[in-house]
Design a protein around this ligand. Structure first.
Ligand SMILES: *[C@@H]1O[C@H](CO)[C@@H](O)[C@H](O)[C@H]1NC(C)=O
Ligand SMILES: *[C@@H]1O[C@H](CO)[C@@H](O)[C@H](O)[C@H]1NC(C)=O
Ligand SMILES: *[C@@H]1O[C@H](CO)[C@@H](O)[C@H](O)[C@H]1NC(C)=O
Ligand SMILES: *[C@@H]1O[C@H](CO)[C@@H](O)[C@H](O)[C@H]1NC(C)=O
Length: 302
């Protein structure tokens, strides 16, 4: 029995109504929905194919006995009783930014040449950015200050906004933003610089907006509090390094004193020994020389 042409036409119509974009989050599994009330077990020798653009990612074939054979790439899967329930949704264990804006489609194949597209799903990829790290550049002088905002590991390229005192937009030309695409993951790192004249009690906020999820991440810094915090840290650093110098100085002095002491002792010993040697030589000059030559080859052996 073959699928009637009107049925395929109906399926095609349904498919055109179902075109939609599904948001996939990097690192999370995703299900691409596709439901059809048509129960494929009503036909013989039918198969379905899920394709990503033109590439087949999953193929399932139902034999006359109702058994299904499935093969897939990257562990993509469909429900094992899809033919009975009409739920042909494709489950992907993971999604990659490379797949952003790609089309997934499910084709229904019956008979030799007849096939119809049941579902088309457009995939949209997003990855969450890290909480922005906002720091003030300490090199600044006077009222001109530079702030640096960094966020990493997100997708797609975000929009970066700055706000002064929670409401004012910074003047034109004061913001410089650089996005770097990470080679393997295709994720983005973003760094933005703001150089403005602000008073010490101003607050500066950096906002990272992911256009796909509409998620905003905000980090706020206060011109004054941050600088005092850094000053305090610098002070602590100074005390620490001074203390370290003193301790090292004491240790070095003690070491030198001990070395001098050791030298003195060894000098005294040497002196004593030489004294003894002299006395010995005076008594037995010839034998001593003979003994020395006898000992020599033994030493080189070692
Ligand atoms: C279904 O497939 C089997 C094996 O591929 C074949 O023997 C059989 O004739 C097919 N049935 C129909 C109705 O096409
Ligand atoms: C299916 O297509 C092949 C060529 O691609 C053709 O020879 C054959 O007649 C077609 N069969 C049907 C039933 O249309
Ligand atoms: C991206 O940001 C992370 C975290 O700040 C950093 O470890 C990594 O080196 C950055 N990579 C590039 C290519 O900038
Ligand atoms: C900040 O003010 C100084 C002096 O008023 C000016 O020279 C400088 O260009 C200003 N900087 C910015 C970024 O507006």
């Amino acid at each position: 029995m073959r699928a009637a042409p009107w049925l395929l036409l109906l399926l095609r119509l349904c498919a055109s109504l179902e075109q939609d974009c599904i948001l996939g989050i990097v690192g999370q599994p995703l299900s691409l929905p596709c439901f059809h009330t048509v129960q494929l077990s009503a036909f013989e020798n039918v198969s379905i194919e899920w394709r990503r653009d033109e590439k087949v990612v999953l193929r399932a074939a139902w034999g006359e006995d109702g058994n299904v054979e499935t093969c897939s790439v990257n562990h993509a899967s469909i429900s094992s009783d899809a033919a009975r329930t009409g739920d042909f949704s494709l489950t992907l264990p993971a999604v990659h930014p490379k797949e952003d804006r790609m089309q997934y489609s499910l084709s229904f194949i019956s008979g030799e040449n007849t096939s119809a597209i049941l579902c088309t799903v457009c995939l949209q990829i997003a990855a969450k950015f890290s909480a922005p790290l906002l720091v003030k550049d300490m090199a600044a002088e006077g009222t001109e200050m530079t702030f640096l905002c960094h966020s990493s590991g997100g997708y797609p390229q975000p929009a970066v906004y700055w706000l002064i005192n929670n409401t004012e937009n910074p003047p034109e030309g004061s913001v410089r933003t650089l996005a770097a695409s990470l080679p393997n993951s295709h994720l983005y790192n973003i760094t933005s610089h703001l150089t403005v004249n602000v008073s010490n009690d101003s607050s500066v906020s950096c906002i990272i907006e992911n256009p796909s999820t509409n998620e905003n991440l905000t980090s706020t810094s206060y011109a004054r509090s941050e600088s005092t915090a850094v000053n305090r840290a610098a002070e602590a650093m100074w005390i620490f390094s001074t203390a370290l110098c003193v301790v090292v100085g004491i240790l070095v002095a003690a070491g030198i004193a001990y070395q001098i002491h050791l030298d003195k002792i060894s000098k005294q010993r040497k002196h004593k020994y030489q004294e003894q040697q002299r006395g010995y030589r005076r008594r037995r000059p010839y034998r001593d020389d003979a003994e020395a030559t006898k000992l020599e080859p033994k030493e080189t052996d070692v």
